[in-house]
Write a protein that binds this ligand. Structure first.
Ligand SMILES: [Zn+2]
Length: 455
């Protein structure tokens, strides 16, 4: 069965062409073929832009954050939301398991959780403690189980220290994997949280002060220092928010260090810390770590995104219900951390990056799709419009706008930080491995149609 998308503006990896894409089964058969190819179906997409399906490299579906709190979206609702927004692949971060668990336990657990996903997915493994058995298992998983990235945390319940980070960077390098790190200095955040607790000031106004820029930047600097020390091994910094972190990365790159990859998220580009200063019932809806930053930080992130210093934009999609967030309005430590964004990211980023700031279509495809596919080892199956690649395609209408309201958001969460945000463009059709799964605001896909992507 062959389908022709006729007459679109097609964003290839190195150029933008006007013309036809021929899909055969799950794959892209041809782009502007020299010879006529008879097709069973034809869709006219003249006047539309066709991108490779967007990849969200940072989500938390079905996340059990603590005994008390579970994220609002499971792999079904979360991936329906993703699909409606034009995301055809997620790479989900696996949650912590009980202390002392082998790495495979949580991966097996996630295979079961993800069985209803409607788009393709991969997993980032998670490291809690490090010993010889874990290092051996980690290498085995990268080689045999299709999970080639792992995340370590420098804070929270299982902080990895310098020795652990060195062991992980080195082991993953040996087998061609990559370490992703949540960078916040545990000591700095502890210091402020203890101080605010003692003085009874765990207020939303103090929330950003409890996790200052320096907490992130210090750990980013230390981490990339270890990566350089080991011979420029690959390292990926998740949800970068502080301008000082970007400075440390820029300094390392200026010295010649390679293989540093930087992710930021929609919220750090589009929202800022002034939201914490207002009404506490609204402010607590933005509890996340790292917190929203100043406008100067947002601007620095934009500069870095536009000049290529930032490789990827994810969402850290991890929403909790408003009632759960409200537990934090007078004491931020009582609320779960995280916000939605998996559906909103592509069209809001298109508006802000391409329409408002002049980012090229080629660069937009890179930061929203191609770079993640390359860094996380699923290119050219994913992340590019090319003969032989998976037919994951997004048809964007640059002339019909979007305004987010609660009816159109598929997340189970009852609020979004982006309600009322608008874009001059809209996502019109989405294809996942050749099947059309979105038409306008209608979801056409099916539970369980998404496949685990071995990377
Ligand atoms: Zn996260």
């Amino acid at each position: 069965m062959k389908t022709r998308l006729r007459g679109g503006r097609v964003v290839l990896e190195d150029r933008v062409v006007d013309g036809d894409i021929i899909i055969e089964g799950e794959k892209i058969l041809a782009i502007n073929p020299a010879q006529a190819i008879a097709c069973d179906n034809e869709l006219d997409v003249t006047g539309h832009t066709v991108f490779p399906g967007f990849i969200d490299p940072h989500t938390h579906m079905s996340l059990q954050q603590s005994e008390q709190f579970r994220a609002a979206d499971d792999f079904y609702s979360g991936t329906v939301a993703a699909a409606l927004g034009g995301t055809t692949t997620i790479i989900d971060h696996i949650a912590f398991s009980p202390q002392g668990s082998p790495l495979m336990r949580s991966i097996e657990n996630y295979h079961a959780l993800a069985k209803d996903a409607v788009i393709d997915y991969g997993f980032h493994g998670v490291v809690q403690h490090v010993d010889d058995a874990i290092i051996d298992e980690l290498k085995y998983i990268v080689k045999n189980r299709g999970v080639s990235s792992f995340k370590a945390y420098s804070t929270y319940g299982f902080p990895s220290g310098d020795c652990e980070l060195l062991k992980l960077l080195s082991a993953l390098n040996e087998v061609g994997g990559i370490l992703t790190v949540h960078c916040e200095n545990d000591g700095i955040t502890k210091y402020y949280n203890e101080m605010f607790r003692k003085s009874g000031q765990l207020t939303m106004r103090n929330y950003p002060k409890s996790r200052p820029n320096l907490a992130e930047a210090e750990t980013v600097g230390r981490l990339i220092g270890w990566a350089e020390h080991l011979g420029d091994v690959a390292v990926y910094v998740v949800h970068t928010s502080a301008r000082e972190s970007l400075q440390r990365v820029a300094q390392a790159r200026a010295r010649g260090q390679k293989n540093i990859y930087v992710e930021t998220c929609t919220q750090y580009l589009l929202l800022d810390e002034s939201l914490y200063a207002g009404d506490a019932t609204r402010a607590c809806q933005y509890i996340m770590a790292p917190p929203l930053r100043s406008k100067a930080d947002c601007e620095a992130l934009w500069q870095a995104l536009l000049d290529g210093s930032i490789q990827t934009v994810g969402t850290d999609h991890c929403p909790f219900m408003n009632a759960e967030k409200q537990l934090g309005k007078d004491d931020y430590s009582k609320a779960p951390g995280g916000v939605a964004g998996v559906q909103e990211r592509p069209i809001l980023m298109y508006e802000e990056a391409v329409v408002q700031r002049g980012m090229s279509l080629l660069d937009f495809a890179k930061v929203m799709s191609t770079n993640a596919a390359k860094i996380f080892n699923c290119y050219p199956q994913k992340g590019v419009i090319k003969e032989g690649a998976d037919a994951d395609l997004v048809v964007l209408n640059p002339n019909v706008g979007t305004q987010f309201n609660s009816q159109m958001l598929a997340s189970n969460c009852d609020y979004s930080p982006y309600l009322g945000f608008s874009s001059s463009a809209s996502i019109e059709k989405v294809f996942s491995r050749g099947r059309q799964i979105v038409n306008g605001t209608e979801f056409l896909g099916a539970a369980g149609a998404g496949k685990f992507m071995r990377r």
